[in-house]
Design a protein around this ligand. Sequence first.
Ligand SMILES: Cc1cc2nc3c(=O)[nH]c(=O)nc-3n(C[C@H](O)[C@H](O)[C@H](O)COP(=O)(O)O)c2cc1C
Length: 523
Amino acid sequence: MRTDRRSFFRLLAGAAALLAGKISAAKSTPERFDIHQATRNTRLGALGVRWPRLSGPPPDHKPYPRKRRVALPEWVDEPARTLAEIVRLWAPAAGFGGAAITLAQLGRLLHFTNGITMTAPPGGKGPARRAAPSAGALYSGEVYVAAARVQGLAPGVYYYEVAQQRLVEVAAGFEPLRLADAIESPASVEGAAATILLTNVFARYSWRYANRGYRYALIDSGHIGENLRLAAASAGLAQRDLLAFRDDLLNDLLAIDGVEEAVCSVHAIGLPGPARDAKAEPPRVWVEAQRTPAFTARGPISERYHAATRLTPPGEALARFAMPKDVAPRSLGPSLALPAPAAGPALKLEDAIQIRRSTARFESGRLSLADLGHILEMAHGHAALARSENVDLYLVVHRVEALEPGLYRYDPDHHQLVTHRTGSLVGDFTRVCLGQEKAGTAAVGVLMVARLGEDRALASTRRYRDMLVESGAIGQRIYLAAESAGLSARNLAAFLDDDLNRLLGLDGQREAAIHLTMLGPGD
Ligand SMILES: Cc1cc2nc3c(=O)[nH]c(=O)nc-3n(C[C@H](O)[C@H](O)[C@H](O)COP(=O)(O)O)c2cc1C
């Protein structure tokens, strides 16, 4: 009897901790699924909510008083390409030429990365809208430039002041060695003109979305970073993602603390040059901070996760996590070939970014199979675009020509759909998306499903970051492909995780939905 009472109280304490978003408060290291579990939406709301919220949201920009400002000039037209041309030919920079880019080129790139694209939002509600979507238009993402070779701009570290389309000098002078020390392969960025660093100010999202805000922040970085990568390619610039970086060194470079605001995505840009011999470099061995004996972390789960997955020099590294067994094969319905890829819409990428919006209303028409095929080809993209190979695309189909409503998975290797089940999902899908009507009125929902339980994903807990960023990048390509084809899109990342995973036939542990973009004819 006494044991029963004890287990009851233990259960109660566990539930309270779960609701408070403090699943592993007693432990200093997050277990591999803690962060995913702690960022779920449940029937009781997002985990970690602290009510009441007495103050308004934190400001969506940083003030930097008394710092030198540099206006970004009006840009001249650069060569521009279509989304399909860019995605199909995309390759990371083999090398950088070492020549300077102009301030106008940099300004143009920053504008299409996350500049203001709509000054007066519909109905005068909310802030000016930007090139990339943002959960609740709260804009947790910030953009910085470490400039080495930009004509008309002294080398230095700059903050992109979005509303004024200008740069704020955070630190004068830029010592390229500081960047070289912080990345895996310094040779690969030799001769780059600048490095663009995307950060998140986490409180802007946690203020409204509690722990789930962490997911949204990283997904945002994926959306913003994808604009950057595509716009750089469109303008003929070379670009390289730097996925493995020493967090502390880069946070120091930007004079941010790595807790309230942290670097989440890093991209070198410049003029193309001959390939560098990166093989000659000695390999750098870094481990996640949580695997070092000295590691301790405090604060809310999302802060602790970000701190735990910082890359640092090894010291005495602790053991890796155990890998789970392989996922059991599923029995599935027939595969349906999608129409062969065609040239794609003629709209230039920059125009698609400029007009991109989250639609206010989906219309009742159907999506053609050809449009769906094209958008999925763009969403999956060229293999070289992937930051994580562990994100699959599932489709909840409501209204597509020649396709029964139901649940499908995109098989990118054969450009076909694999049937998981048929029958209308309008009611169930709307319910698991917290009653958001666009979940039922759009023609299709594209779900980014992370294979969390696979070896490659678990080789490091940090990979969860990559999967979130990757799903944001996919979402951005869906928005831009839809916009190019005269269609509309809207992210609906607020969903009940357990119910949605159940609806999709996923166990939520090895595989789980992490992001969702709705698609269809719209206004
Ligand atoms: C991570 C993320 C999650 C979002 N989730 C939702 C959502 O659940 N419901 C919704 O209506 N819009 C959602 N949005 C869309 C935003 O509300 C929209 O991007 C924002 O209002 C800015 O408008 P814009 O995209 O037209 O620039 C989400 C956007 C992002 C980036």
